[in-house]
Design a protein around this ligand. Structure first.
Ligand code: SIN
Length: 492
């Protein structure tokens, strides 16, 4: 294969796969098309990934459908053991998987390794949880009758996953789907398919049976249309933009699929006058600059109360200016490149609009001297609620600070968005923790922390940020159906 990926970086070069994975086998696909995978830090083409044609996606569905009954019938402890082996292999190969992830996505190696372990956590957690997909026995309403519920696998499932977490978003979906007894077909983002195929290679080694896991990188519109229109696919899990999520939801309505959608956000991070300043600055940095600001849960708007505003901004500026921007493979790099030129343009548009409206750039604000798609960590103050940066997800390293006076005003501004994924606030007042925690219209709320993700906790949004939950005991519900059994004729 003519690719420039430096295989000597990998201990196990067989993890680098540039073909589709269907029915337990690697295949170049029926159309012979390939898509270039580019390292965003260097602009170099590192792989040419096979691109699925319609016939390939249909074959993945047919083979998944054939594999579904046996996989669904396998006793939970047996499925659990296979998933546990997958988890062990992912952890064992974390360095190689992180190398592949950094090469195709750009995030710093340490952060990529963190993502691998974060994602693996979902496989481990659901390897256990599949032994606990309990039903109920309901007190009967009629003598001689018994009422029961069963949780059964929904059938063939599909996942469409994003480039910002090329590994963890797959594992967060495949872990519970496979644990529930459902085969899954994965369509990874075109920018980052190599993490997906590397995980499939480890799935083979773990003994996941053929047909149970397929990976079909390909043209998003084509693959999305087939996965959403095919009657055999019974559930779709998607992470990505609200715009695409709405389209997939509408398309899935034709066959009334279950949908779990984790969509865009516009997270507020509120710092009240009574906040612990160290915790607030650390939380803002962690939330805002994780993955160069390219997460759906990134603090998009920093709402800071007037009494603490200047002290917070001063400390935040010092922290921002201390960030090391660089190629993700360089020692000490803390912020890699953005994913694409379009991402840079959006960041520039948001900064330009804010400055035009009266905001000031205290740090950064420009492309980084490293070139490519590197951007300077940026601090904007004097931002208003009507600016683009406060209304659209910036998805870049821009901390946009808005000043407020009262708690009611902060909650009002925070909720003034069609999105409702994550929100954060910092306070030491116990009453305020409850009040604000309850009044924020978001699916996930971090109090005195900027990092909320964990496999054991439910993740997901309200309003236009999505439906359904991932992680925790609730995440497996997206891949099961609740059956009611009404058994009569039992009177003695
Ligand atoms: C996302 O940004 O889509 C996911 C972030 C996370 O899982 O923490």
């Amino acid at each position: 294969m003519d690719s420039r990926f430096d295989r000597s970086l990998l201990r196990d070069a067989d993890l680098l796969r540039e073909d589709l994975f269907i029915d337990g086998a690697w295949t170049p696909g029926s159309g012979g098309e390939r898509t270039e995978v580019v390292d965003p830090a260097t602009g170099v083409v590192i792989a040419r990934m096979a691109s699925a044609a319609a016939a390939d996606v249909e074959r993945a569905i047919t083979t998944a459908d054939a594999a579904a009954p046996a996989w669904g019938r396998l006793p939970a402890p047996a499925r659990s053991r296979i998933l546990r082996r997958w988890y062990d292999l992912i952890v064992e190969h974390a360095d190689d998987l992180a190398t592949i992830l950094t090469a195709e996505q750009g995030k710093p190696f340490a952060e990529a390794r963190g993502e691998i372990l974060y994602g693996a956590g979902f496989v481990e957690w659901y390897a256990e949880e599949c032994k606990r997909t309990y039903g109920d026995v309901i007190p009967t309403n009629v003598e001689g009758r018994r009422l029961l519920t069963l949780r059964q696998p929904v059938g063939v499932t599909a996942a469409i996953t994003p480039w910002n977490f090329p590994s963890a978003m797959i594992l967060r979906k495949a872990g519970p789907a496979l644990a529930a007894g459902c085969p899954m077909i994965i369509k990874p983002a075109e920018e980052t398919p190599l993490s997906a195929t590397a995980l499939a290679e480890l799935a083979v080694r773990a003994g996941i049976p053929r047909g149970v896991l397929s990976v079909v990188p390909g043209p998003p519109v084509l693959v999305g249309e087939i996965l959403t229109s095919h009657a055999a696919v019974r559930a779709l899990s998607f992470t990505g933009s609200t715009e695409v999520g709405k389209l997939l939801m509408a398309q899935s309505a034709r066959t009334v699929k279950k949908v779990a959608l984790e969509l865009g956000g516009n997270a507020p991070l509120i710092v009240f006058d009574d906040a612990d300043l160290d915790a607030a600055v650390a939380g803002a940095m962690a939330s805002k600059f994780r993955n160069a600001g390219q997460t759906c849960v990134c603090a998009n708007r920093l709402l800071v109360q007037s009494g603490i505003h200047d002290a917070f901004v001063k400390r935040l500026q010092v922290a921002i200016e201390a960030l090391t921007v660089g190629n993700g493979f360089e020692e000490g790099s803390e912020q890699g490149p953005l994913i694409s030129e379009a991402a840079i343009e959006k960041v520039q548009r948001h900064i330009g609009d804010a400055v035009e409206g009266g905001a000031s750039v205290l740090s950064g604000g420009r492309r980084h001297s490293l070139g490519q798609t590197f951007f300077e960590p940026t601090l904007l103050i004097g931002v208003h609620r009507d600016m683009l940066v406060a209304n659209e997800e910036t998805f870049g390293p821009v901390a946009a600070v808005l000043k407020f006076e009262t708690e009611d005003e902060a909650v009002d501004v925070a909720n003034d968005t069609p999105f409702g994924l994550a929100a954060y606030f910092f306070t030491t007042d116990l009453g305020r923790m409850w009040r604000v925690g309850e009044n924020l219209e978001f699916g996930v709320v971090g109090v005195n922390t900027g990092l909320i993700s964990y496999e054991g906790a439910p993740f997901g949004g309200v309003k236009e940020s999505g439906v359904g939950r991932e992680g925790s005991r609730h995440g497996i519900d997206e891949f099961t159906e609740l059956k009611y059994l009404c058994v009569d004729g039992l009177a003695g």
